[in-house]
Design a protein around this ligand. Sequence first.
Ligand code: 5GP
Length: 154
Amino acid sequence: MFGQASRELAQAVADSGYRPDLILSIARGGLFVAGSLGYALDVKNLHVMNVEFYTGVDQRLDMPVMLPPVPNAVDLSGARVLVADDVADTGATLKLVRDFCADHVADVRCAVIYEKPRSAVRCEYVWRRTDRWINFPWSTLPPVVQRENQVLDA
Ligand code: 5GP
């Protein structure tokens, strides 16, 4: 499903005539999307922004916050940027990133797998729309912990 989703998302970008110079992924969920889009659109210039907002299912901080390292504005300067994330829910995360880019870049557009109706940002490229909580394969299970009595391989 994810392979097909990211491929179709990339096709929508290509069909629109947008040729991004770089893809800016929003970690962590956007890393998967950005990597796939990078291959499909033949873009090797990938950047990362770390934004923290959600602490659980529909549990949020008051506002999204950028965590260091923040991308160097010089690296983005004058570029056509494609921001990639897994889902635009309230849209606050994408708004923060898009506003951060707006002063520096030539053009900034957003691509997401899912967009919810309440999103404050209307993404240019959306694979599917839903108003439900989405369980992605990479973030549904809790972090792994070290098990006891495991033989460590060198
Ligand atoms: P927003 O700022 O649009 O409210 O939320 C953006 C981020 O919150 C997403 O990149 C994702 O990490 C997380 N998030 C929001 N809604 C969902 C959801 O339905 N499922 C999952 N797994 N994460 C979500």
